[in-house]
Write a protein of this length. Structure first.
Length: 65
């Protein structure tokens, strides 16, 4: 399974939406789009969790060493 950016509800950490990423899509671009959508829709109760992406990057870094 690919790492994903996850939209979660603040306070409960409920997973509301998951965007699985592929290597050819920039994580920062997708994160900016998700954050922009949340802001424009005035959804202050949500945040973008990038922990899966961070874990995948860390694994990739240790593999390349």
């Amino acid at each position: 399974m690919s790492p994903a950016l996850i939209v979660r509800r603040i306070g409960t950490d409920e997973e509301v939406h998951r965007v699985e990423l592929r290597k050819n899509i920039g994580v920062s671009y997708v994160e900016k789009v998700l954050n922009g959508l949340l802001r424009n829709m005035d959804l202050e109760n949500f945040y973008v969790d990038e922990s899966e992406v961070d874990e995948a990057r860390a694994d990739e870094d240790t593999t390349n060493e």
